[in-house]
Design a protein around this ligand. Structure first.
Ligand code: SAM
Length: 226
């Protein structure tokens, strides 16, 4: 899949794109991410991207022309879903991540300051997505959150597909507790069933633990299912 990102801080994406799963997915050709500097789409000498809000008030607003030019140029001649990362958007969920991972090419708009002039949303944005009910200073971290979550859904990115299929939220439940060596930590032993070699018993223990963990930590997920 290809993801284009427009930002005024391209340098924020450097280490993120080079490291771990994302770095490997890119080098294997499973994921293509192109970062664009919004200022390359400005027309004035100062490469300015913001101005005072009409009507007064604090802060600056990102001007529409560079955004409209950038989105049109980058998406020209191909179908691209254009997403503005915004605290006012649809909350990002596991289901939404999977939908977007299969949606084809995406173009992500990362705002700054007080956000984008509303006319950008009216002309070149298909949808808004929020990563939670809090306000960050920019859309770059939300874009990285979305890219990383989607990349886990691309076949071949995570070594063992089973580990993605068993992740939290997939069956409306949280994942079961995980243990690795050593067998005893601070006097706490690994549950005996995990050392038993009885795969059916291990599976059934894990399913039971998923329900218990969900009931304890996220009862709202169980309520949604019923
Ligand atoms: N004035 C805006 C509001 O209250 O809706 C907030 C602007 S915020 C300071 C600057 C930029 O950060 C936004 O344009 C958006 O791209 C990004 N952003 C902030 N919080 C976000 C969130 N929860 N999810 C996605 N993007 C967010």
């Amino acid at each position: 899949m290809r993801v284009d990102v427009v930002t005024i801080f391209p340098e924020l994406f450097g280490a993120f794109l080079e490291t771990s799963l994302i770095g490997r997915a890119r080098s294997k050709g499973l994921l293509q991410v192109e970062i664009h500097d919004l200022r390359d789409h400005t027309e004035d000498r100062h490469r300015s991207v913001d101005d005072e809000p009409y009507g007064g008030g604090g802060g600056m607003v990102m001007t529409a022309p560079p955004w409209i030019a950038a989105v049109r140029r980058i998406s020209e001649g191909r179908p691209v879903r254009r997403i503005y990362l915004s605290p006012q958007g649809e909350p990002l969920t596991d289901a939404k991540v999977r939908e977007l991972a299969e949606a084809g090419d995406l173009l992500l708009l990362c705002g700054r300051y007080e956000g984008l002039d509303e006319r950008v949303l009216e002309t070149v944005v298909d949808e808004e997505i929020s990563i939670g009910d809090y306000v960050l200073s920019g859309g770059e971290l939300p874009a990285m959150v979305l890219i990383e979550a989607m990349s886990r859904q691309i076949r071949g990115v995570v070594g063992l597909p089973l580990s993605v299929e068993n992740d939290s939220f997939r069956a409306g439940l949280l994942d079961h507790p995980q243990y690795t060596r050593p067998a005893v930590v601070e006097g706490l032993e690994v549950p005996a069933v995990l050392l038993s070699g009885d795969h059916a018993a291990i599976e059934s223990w894990r399913r039971e633990q998923e329900v218990l963990a969900t009931r304890r930590k996220r009862p709202d997920l169980l309520a949604r299912e019923s």
